[in-house]
Design a protein around this ligand. Sequence first.
Ligand code: NAP
Length: 246
Amino acid sequence: MSDEGVVLILGGTGEAFELAAMIDVSPGWRGVTSMAGRTRRPRLPEGEVISGGFGGPEGLERCLAERGARAMIDATHPFAAQISRNAVWACTKTGVPLLRLDRPPWPVRPGWRLVSDVGEAARFFRRREERVFLTIGKKDLGEFEIAGDSFFLIRTVDPVENFPPIKNHDFITGRGPFSVEGELQIIREYGITWLVTKNSGGEAGSGKLTAAEQAGVGVCVIERPKLPECESVETPAEALRWLCKL
Ligand code: NAP
């Protein structure tokens, strides 16, 4: 039997993917990546992959125990707040060391309209008639039901199945990285006047910010949710170093 320690990686991001590849060639550790199972054809990382959720924080606690996990790295998206809270809860309960791999947010640029959550972004458009490029994923689209007469160009990774209750909209699909040129083309083709994005950070999604700036369209940025305190690093390489020191 292998005496490698199991590290549970909570995934769903490019960083989780990179980290799993690094751990796969590092002696001493065996990575198991957990994915939520929401996207149709996710990029599958190296090592073992499990999918579909744990059934709440207690389920995650059970998974750590059953697998004899010696560490957990939360490499989920900065807006995946529930699973990050569950990770802190389960690791506090079990004593399994936890690290959050948290890519830095994009620095605020002059002129950005900052909002605290998706609901506030939707309220901003309630009494306006804008042409909005909405790049927030599909989970919270329902919040834009109240957004009135604006047109929304909705970009998601997979096609949206449950039609959002938004009056004027169109869909496009796409998976990053997105180039500045490609984003500019979309902005021009659809006559976009505002971009709405979460402050996800990272290179792969930053092209739209530069494109919006170049095209002179407004930028509404949703700030990150507050998460419980946890030791954290910004890059997969730092996460690997943390693991190797355990
Ligand atoms: P969330 O609201 O934080 O989590 C909701 C539930 O989904 C969790 O309670 C958990 O179910 C399950 N879950 C989420 N991430 C999981 C993971 N890595 N492994 C196993 N179960 C997971 O999450 P979300 O915002 O819906 O995001 C879902 C996934 O998409 C995340 O893995 C995230 O990294 C990725 N993602 C999210 C965004 C975003 O904007 N939110 C953007 C890009 C990628 P149980 O309670 O049953 O365990």
